[in-house]
Design a protein around this ligand. Structure first.
Ligand code: ADP
Ligand code: ZN
Length: 342
């Protein structure tokens, strides 16, 4: 698969990591985290400079960013070198931002090792880190020069992390791909699914179509990928990014946004019940944690960086398989609907 962007294009390879690594041109270095290194470090040839960072969202920080830059500077990595981001979304986002800024930009390749990163964050070119003031507040568009999506990594992923990633596969199906949905509904997605790779490819193809047509999020098309995310991000924020994983929050978000869409007569009635049944079958949560009040949720939404001056923005399904971006929604009305749902 090839992803095109304004400055060129990059391939996504579906092959074992060792084969991909053998084909890398020029000098390369690896940045990874402790968990990925313990499980897959043996795949790295000896002598390859490797920086191993602590796992977890806290690694997407200015401190780790600066540690990476210092490390590259001391090696030193020259302009023709490549940085390999071997890990989940945290490593991919951080290392991408490091590569975007080190020497005004060096090449990097994404080797996503979580399902979530394989189907979502590793393509599209968005990279960045968190600031004390909020998530992903410092970032850039810096497409990788290649992506390697290899099934071997998923085998060591904790089960909860695997299920977490399935939420974005379901999302892709809901917004654009009824045939993927049919496949997913034939049996929840698992490591043993015969067509796991095919489902990953289908989800990636949807992301590809969208990011190729709206690379810099200017036309509203890319924002359609945010189905489930207005509520999902607000839940994550209200919980201080602890307790629920991103895909879990998005799962709840998809159910609740379908309910809001139905209440606004945008989404076909019955859609939220269908999504609920799918998420339960997949082992994903469907209800907003009781500790989060409607007011807290609204407050979290109002501070989202995607909120326009004029109101809240949602990507609503019109029916399964199609969605549309709705902007400028009145927060009082959304609050009333959320209270009715609760
Ligand atoms: P995400 O891709 O969901 O954004 P992270 O980069 O935080 O998230 O990865 C989630 C967790 O899974 C982290 O603790 C990370 O170290 C661990 N992890 C990532 N890939 C693997 C893997 N292939 N095997 C085992 N653990 C992994
Ligand atoms: Zn997401």
């Amino acid at each position: 698969m090839i992803i095109k962007h304004s400055r060129g294009e990059y391939p996504i390879w579906f092959e074992p990591y060792s084969d991909f690594q053998a084909g890398l041109q020029g000098p390369f270095v690896v940045i990874t985290d402790e968990n990925v290194h313990s499980a897959h470090g043996h795949l790295l040839p000896s002598g390859i400079p490797t920086l191993i960072l602590p796992p977890g969202e806290a690694t997407k920080s200015i401190e780790c960013y600066s540690r990476c830059l210092d490390w590259l500077g001391e090696l030193p990595l020259t302009r023709n070198g490549t940085v390999v981001a071997l890990g989940g979304g945290v490593i991919g986002d951080l290392v991408g931002f490091v590569a975007a800024t080190y020497m005004r930009g060096v090449a990097f390749v994404q080797v996503p090792t979580t399902l979530l990163a394989q189907v979502d964050s590793s393509i599209g070119g968005k990279v960045g880190i968190d600031l004390p003031a909020g998530k992903n507040l410092a970032g850039a568009f810096h497409p990788p020069s290649a992506v390697c999506v290899s099934g071997e990594f998923l085998a060591t992923l904790p089960p909860r992390q695997f299920v977490n990633g399935t939420a974005e596969v379901w999302k892709a199906a809901y917004i654009r791909d009824e045939s993927l949905l049919t496949r997913l509904r034939a049996g929840a997605l698992s490591l043993d699914s015969q067509d796991l790779q095919q489902c990953i490819i289908s989800a990636l193809m949807i992301k590809q179509q969208v990011v190729e047509q709206d690379e810099f999020e200017t036309t509203g098309l890319r924002a359609q990928l945010n189905f489930g995310h207005t509520i999902g991000h607000a839940i994550e924020k209200a919980l201080d990014y602890e307790g629920l994983l991103h895909g879990e929050a998005v799962s709840i978000g998809m159910v609740v946004e379908a309910q809001i869409g139905e209440a606004l007569s945008i989404t076909r009635p019955g859609t939220s019940e269908e999504i609920k049944a799918d998420m339960i079958k997949q082992g994903l949560p469907i209800t907003i944690p009781e500790s989060i009040s409607v007011d807290t949720l609204l407050h979290a939404m109002a501070r989202d960086k995607k909120v326009t001056q004029s109101g809240l923005s949602f990507s609503f399904l019109t029916q399964i398989g199609t969605c549309k971006l709705c902007q400028g929604l009145n927060s009082v009305e959304i609050s009333r609907i959320l209270s009715d749902i609760a």
